[in-house]
Each structure stands twice: as structure tokens, then as C-alpha cells.
Design a protein around this ligand. Sequence first.
Ligand code: NAI
Length: 335
Amino acid sequence: MAHKVTLIPGDGIGPEVAAATVRAVNATGVRIDWETAELTADIIEKSGASLPAHVLESLERTGVGLKGPVTTPVAGGFKSVNVALRKTLDLFANVRPVFTLPGLKTRFQDVNIDMVIFRENTEDLYSGLEHEVVRDVVESLKIITRYASMRIANYAFAYARKNGRRKVTAVHKANIMKLSDGLFIRCCREVATEYPDIAYNELIVDNAAMQLVMRPETFDILLLPNLYGDIVSDLAAGLVGGLGVVPGANMGEKCAVFEAVHGSAPDIAGHGIANPTALMSSAILMLRYLGEGAAADRLQKAVMAAYAEGTHLTRDVGGSATTDEFTDAVIRHLG
Ligand code: NAI
């Protein structure tokens, strides 16, 4: 039977990388009934809702989404669709595997990087609770709860055990935010005691940023509240080739949305040169979630082989191929 998946191509380069990804996933032979839900900055502006009803209704029905980027206005305009999605569908865990691609030239190409970042996805400074106290003084509320902290910590440790990972590093700033980050870190410690087989350590976020750049190969699983998770995952992406190559998953209890970490890249949209690796790799995570592990492994190997070959890479990673040429190379390697 075909799996039902909501496909949200998004805008900017979204439709280009989404078409490439659908082509690669379909080439694995897994039967997917793609239900396309259009979502662009224009549609959001016209409908007046960050998360229009047709998108929500489709995701609630299929329980699985593959999503491209959607443009979000900065400093004003509508609220981020991604934040709306995560909150409405309670997608509490943002999971971002970051790993070295063979043959890809980066500053860290001789280092074997293989980490998975678990970012709490629903609270912290993303609660959207901001107000002007008096003129020219604004306050933004950072919400940390035991409920959400325990949930993400449990999720990260359970993943570590299931996937043979050895160490979880919790990242915080509890030396300054003693109450909020203090609560987060106490929850991480509590969960760690239930996993004596997994090593556990803690790093203050500024030190974590430095260690990630100096010794990225020593990290295994990172566990962070929302804001640090956001920043650190982009830093980590930069170690392995940038936003064009890293996947992401937003996991909830009833629903999961797989999405590239990058934005809509208006500077290159419409030119057919966007790198579809990030969305393809997100689709690989989706295939695993759907129980299609063998197809996921094959597509993963094909992407790796295309990088190892190095002749059909897109511009952002040092090549000159178009989105379609790279996708053709991946499909060729599927055999
Ligand atoms: P961006 O990720 O769109 O672009 C940053 C740089 O990376 C640009 O030079 C772009 O050309 C390049 N780039 C990104 N993805 C690429 C790909 N797949 N292949 C080749 N090059 C790629 O970030 P920016 O410019 O900050 O944001 C643009 C818009 O996207 C904004 O409206 C932002 O709010 C939105 N955005 C949406 C996200 C989402 O829907 N998940 C996530 C991040 C940003």
C-alpha cells in the first residue's frame, strides 16, 4: 500500500528542491501518494493565517509531511509558519543529523563528523511572548518547563540507545540563567541517570560553540533548548558544507514533518541551481520513519556516492551542476 505524505513545496527554491526530492524518492520504488499542499508567503499573507487550514488539515490526516522552505518577513509581518507548525502539531523535537559527506571540500574535510542535534522545539524564547514595557524598552519571555525539557531529554536518550550512540552532551547557560536553564539541565541530569549505558556531559553554550569548531569529531548527541539549538545546528551545518546539505526532522507524537534547514534562498530561486541534498536527506529520514529502512539506506548510499564521485555537484558545494543534473546522478547511483 502507498504511504500518504503531505508535500509542502514552499516558495523560493522550495518547489525546485521538492521536485528533485520527489523524483529521487520515487526512484527508490517506495510507493508514496504525495498530497501537495501549496504554502507560500503570498498565500499566507492573503489568508491571514501563518498556517492555513488546508495545510493543517492535510498534515493531520496523513501524519507525515515533507516540507520545503517558506519565506518569512523579518521584523514584522506574519509569524513564522515553521513556528506555527511546530506549535500547532506539537512537533516537540527538532532532530538534525550532521555528518561529513565524502569528497565534499570543506574546512573540516579531513575530520569525520557524525553528530545528531536534538533541539527542544516548542518553548524557550520562541514562545512569541514579547511586549513593550515602556517606550523603547521591550521584554521577551523565555519559557522553560519541566514537561518540555523532560520530553526532549527522554527523546534524545532513547534515540541514543536505539541507534548505538555513546554520549549525550547537554548545552546550556545555567551559570547566568540559573532558573530557566537550571531547570533544563536538571531535567537532562534526571533522564541521564536512567541511561547508565550512555555517557553524559554538559557544556555551557559559548564553550560548546568553540569546542564544536575545534573538535567537532568528539561530539555524538547534542541536547539543547530551542534558541541554542537553532544557533548551534547552523554552526554545525557550516562544518559539513552548509545549509544546502543538512537534513532536519520535526517530530511529534502523532505527526512528523521533515524539512531542509535552509531558507527559500531568494538570491538563486528560479535558476535551477539549488542544492536538493538537504531536502533529499530529510526525505531519507522520512523513509526511515515510514518503516522503509532499506530504501532509506539505498538513497543515502546513492547521495554519498554522488558526493564521492564529485562530478555533478551544485555550485554551493563547489560544482557547476544544476539541481536536475545532481538529481540524475543520485538516481544513477541508486542502480
Ligand atoms: P537561506 O537559507 O534562504 O539562504 C542563505 C544562503 O544560503 C543564500 O546565499 C542561499 O543562496 C544559500 N542557500 C540556502 N539553501 C541553499 C540550497 N539548497 N542550495 C544552494 N544554496 C542555498 O537564508 P536567508 O536568506 O536568511 O532566508 C531567506 C528566507 O527564507 C527568509 O524569508 C527566511 O525567513 C526564510 N527561511 C525559511 C526557513 C524555512 O521555511 N524552513 C528556514 C530559514 C529561513
